[in-house]
Structures are given as structure tokens and as C-alpha cells.
Design a protein around this ligand. Sequence first.
Ligand code: BGC
Length: 743
Amino acid sequence: MMSFYKQKFTAILLMLVVSLSAQSQDKGLTPADKSKIDVLLKSMTLEEKIGQLSLFTSDWDVTGPSLNGNYKKLIKNGSVGAIFNAYTVDYVRELQRMAVEESRLKIPLIFGYDVIHGHRTIFPIPLAQACSWDMAAIEQSERIAAQEATAEGLNWTFAPMVDIARDPRWGRVAEGAGEDTWLGCKVAAARVRGFEGTDLKATNTMIACVKHFAAYGAAQAGRDYHTVDMSMLSLYEWYLPPYKAAVDAGVGSAMTSFNEIAGVPSTANRWLLTDLLRKDWGFKGFVVTDYTSINEMVNHGNAADNKDAARLAINAGVDMDMQGSTYLDYLAPLLEEKKVNLSDIDQSVRWILEAKAKLGLFDDPYRYCSKERQEKEVMTPEQQLFARKFVAESCVLLKNPGQLLPIPGNIKKIAVIGPLGDSKKDMLGNWSAAGNWEKCVTLVEGLNNRPGKQYEVVYEKGCNVTDADRSGFDAAIKLASTADYVILALGENGWMSGEASSRSNIDIPGVQNELAEAIVKTGKPVAVALFNGRPLAISQLNSLPVAILETWFGGTQAGNGIADVLFGDVNPSGKLTMTFPLNLGQVPVFYNSKNTGRPYNPADPGAKYVSRYLDCSNDPLYPFGYGLSYTTFSYSALESIVDGGKIKVSISVTNTGNRDGEEVVQLYVRDKVGSITRPVKELKGFRKVLIKKGETRSLEFNLTTDDLAFYHPDLKKYWEPGEFTVFVGGNSAETMAKTIEVK
Ligand code: BGC
């Protein structure tokens, strides 16, 4: 029985938490702002209200089908609340001028854009960033992105994308943090903090938009825009928490997803948008659709026509229609027919006007239009330096036989071979905002840029990324034979991941594997730099005696950062946040799966009636959390002490190699018996630490029983007493383990 004082204390604490989270949601909205909005709302015509609920692209950038080319006329009419794909001070100023000087009520516009991994300075793709396990760096990259974007007129980004994804066929895995929910929550919060800062009225912060709500990452068969269907338990346990983490971090807007949930498209899903997001989670920003996702409900088959779709969306809780024009065209007649409520329209307008007030746009609509800032705060040397370090930190060393890497200092001639060795365009990856590919540093350039270099760099493409043309093989082999060391630059084109970029075959495309085999035959030492936006099936390449460095798409500073790792100026410390399968047939394969009733037992490999494949192992090629260093680490002295509701786990990690290095020490837990079956392992903590050569560091993790909680059929989250295994290690497969009892 809880004591009276304890109960009272808990109640006060709860009130404090609720009010703190309400404050973080309010983001600087003052009572004066609120009364100004009341007055404004009273003076608005229905058409002007509906205008605030409409978002159109300026057509500067194409991110979907174009439906409405007359956005300038609409702005002057007061029929637009926000514009996206328009940036640079002059252009934004001109459009804003139309809104605040030519429209009747002079309500300023919000300017949105997909600032996904940088604005002008492009950072590694989000999946790569997550592999750094460096939350401070992730936050800082968004801080810089916001600084650059707001210096060019923008004040709203369509990020973070926090969709948990377990299927690498889906091209959009590149935009998220990978397969793990716990880590996904940390990354989501860091990104929101980075974009929004602590003060949205500061001119270098912007409203973030958590997307795609919800569960877009679970598209069937990894095909983009495809159906999502899962149990409520899976939705709550694995897919929803990162969106919630973004809401708790105070995210100012949320975007609906293209997919359906339990047969209802997200954009029409009142349970999702109103009951869960607004009522349960207390979200106080505005909800925008994804690109024409209201109209797409006709194709989904839950709306008869666009008008019907608009009705469903507004009644579900969608505040702003992105590019679909359905609110503009149909909300007025729907109101007349009493199919929608004026109070819902008013509430949506209020959320959007509040966002404008939070940004300070009513005080000064041109506050993001500073030419001086545009000149001074974009692509600065400090930003480039940070980007370069972030590239190096996001690389994951997958394989390094015979210490092929780092490249020895006495090398005189390096041959870079492969279609991605000198391709500036590909370095940006997908969603590169206003990034200029011409400013990207390729691998060849990065190798040449090293100060005081004593080696020559030569380059041959060898083949293209996707086709079967082998005519360049001979020249590549010839050149490789003249070098002391070969770097193969292989992988996907930048456009092969991201939206609408699903693949049914996740091998390294084209004839690149063959090229690799031919180059290895030269007998030269070979390291592979892999460029890709998703885990690939690389078993064939992996079987060769080569080192493999996963470099993803590093953005503007790609080549410099990769060269830093290849030469050992930076000791790699990245760890995969998405499993690399042995082959496509294993997909979806992720570390936190269930055990099944007939688990495969490696001690009895011939057993037939167990959960296994006849033709390959259940184990992936590289598991979640995996990544090598140029040094080695050993783990010892795992201890776990349970004291009431607290669990203290300690471990010693020794750097057993001969250089300093950073290690991501990971803590996993398995709940051995649950009324709802539990995964074989769940990440519950990590520490990224620098350990000097020869040094041993003792680390401690402190969990509470809250960390053991999971969702039950009533969708309540609580823990169950019993036995747990705690695991600590350098990846999800190689760990030390200890069983504890928590009562
Ligand atoms: C994408 C969103 C993006 C939007 C605006 C859509 O097609 O799904 O992620 O924010 O376009 O460009």
C-alpha cells in the first residue's frame, strides 16, 4: 500500500511532469499571443480560415506530383497558410510580402522544406548518423541545419522521420534511425532539440515535424506506400514510441503517413490523430498531411472522392492539407452540408496560427529573411569541419582481415576503382535539401586533400553502378596492378534509396561484385568503401579477402571524412543500427525478434523441426550494434545488483589493441518469462566511451523497473517480476550475460 505522503508526492510529481511537458509543448506561446489569435479568428471569413489550412509547394523543388501551379494567386487571396519548397531570402521575402501586404488579413506564411540531413551543408544520411550513436552530434547537426535553413528564409522542416524500419528493401530506411525503438526514441528527441532549440522565437531555430505518423516503416514487402497491418501490441511496443518521444521533446508539428493502420489510412484515422496524439499524448502542435495523402484515400478505397476524403481528414484531426487542395475545394460545401463542424475548422486554424505566433511571425514576418545571415551563416568553415567529423563518426568498419586498414603510411600509389569513387552527385544521398552536389568532396578528392600526402591517387571507374557493361574492367585491372593499395568504391547510387526507391533485390547492383573479384585477383591489398542508403546483401563481397568500410552517403564532406578513417586519423567507432542480412531471403531480420516455440539450437544443427532455413543460417551477416575498430576491446567483470526497483549493471571494458579508440558499450535485457512473450534481447542503454590503449574502464548502467515494462493486451505498460538476463557487449550478438531476479 502506498503511503499517503508517497501518493501525494507522486501526484505532485505527476502534475509537475504534465505541466513541464505542457510548457515544452507551448514553446513560448504567451497569453498575449493567444488573445491576438482569438481576435484574428473572429475577423476571419470561412475562406480565410480554410486558406490557413492549405499548404502548397512553390514548385522550386519537386517532391511529389504537382497539382496547383497558381500558388502566388492563392497567397494574395489569403488561401494559403504555408508554402513549401521555397527558400533563399529574396524568394521567401517576395512570397511573404504577397501574404502580408496583398492579402486582406496580412497573416504571414510559414515556409517549410525537407531539411532532412542538412540544408546547404549536407551531413551523412540519417541512418548513417544513427550509426554514430552520438546523440550530441546528431543534435548539433540539426542545430546547424536549422541555422542554415532559417538563414535562407525557412522556419519549418519536415523532419525528423522516426519510422522504425526492419525491411531494407524499403528505400526510406535511409531517412530513419534504423530498427531499434529504444534508440529511435533517443534519436527522435535529439533531432527535435536540434531543430527547435529551447526558444522557437530565436531566428535560428525552426519548427520540426515528426513523421510519418504512424508506422510507415512497416510497409508490406518493403514496397513504398504499401499497406501496413500489425497488431495493436506491436504498434504500441515497437512503432509508436519514437513519435511519442518527439512529442515529449516538444515537436511543433506532425505529419500523417501514407499508409493505413488497421484498415484506416492515417490521414483519416481519428483514433490515431485525435484520441492518441492529442488526447493521450497531449500534442499541441499542428497536424499536416503527407503530400496529397487526403486525395490518395480515394485510391485506398475508404473515400468515394476528394470531397469525401476531405471530410474524413478534418473529422479525424488533420489540420493542414499538403498540396491536395481538398480543404480549399471542399470544406466550405461540407460545412454547408453539416458534414464537418466549424469548431473543428476553428481549432485547426488556431493550431496553425499558434505555430506562427511561436515563430514570432506576427511580430515580424520577415524575421527569417536576413541577407546578412544568408551570407554569413551558411556553409561556414566550422560547419564543414563538423560535417567532416560526423562523416568519419558515421562510418562502420565491417571487416578488416589482416589489419588491411588503416592504409599504411608508406604507400606510394593508391588506385581508387569503382563507380562511386569520384561521383559528387551520389555523395549527397537522397533528400539533400538545398545541398549543392558540386560542393561535395568525393573519395578521390578526399584522398588528395590530405595535407602533406606522400602518395599518388589514380582513378578508374571500372563499371557503372547498375548496368552490365564490363568494358571498363580491363583498364581498372591494369591500373590497380600498378598501385600499392586499392580502394574499391562500390554500392548504390544516391537516388536508389529514399522515397519511392524500394528494391526487390538488395545486392550490390550491376557487375560491381565481379569487378571486385577481378581486382582482388591482382593480389593487391584491397579495402572497400561501400556507399549505400540501406543495408545491402553483401555476402559475395564479404567472402573476398578485403576490408569493408560502410560509409553510407556522407554528404558534402563525404570524401574528407572517409579519408580520415581510411588513414586512421580517426579510429572508426560506428555501429550498425540496422541488421545486414546474409541474403534477401532472411528479410525482415532484426535483433530483437522473438524466440519462437521451436528455436534453432546451434548445438544441434541437424534438428529438423525447428525454426530455421534449410539453406542458410538464421544469423545475419552483421548484427545490430556491430562495428569494428582499429583497436580491440575485451569485456569482463559483468556484475548486476538488484536493489528494490533499481538494477545496477557494471562492466569493465579494456582496450586490448595498440591505439586509442571509442567503443559503444551496449546493454540489452531479456525478460525470460512474460505474460506477453518478450524478444530475445532488447536494447536498454549504451555508453560511447573513449578508452586509451591498454586502459580499462569500468562502466555502470542504472536501470529501474520502468525499463522492464512492456505493453499488455489492455495497452497498459507495466513490468512483471521474475528472471531477466542482462547482456553487455560491443554488439547485439556478442555479449556477456548474467541472470538476475527482480521481485
Ligand atoms: C514525403 C514526405 C515529405 C513530403 C514533402 C512526401 O512525398 O513522403 O516525407 O516531407 O513529400 O516533400
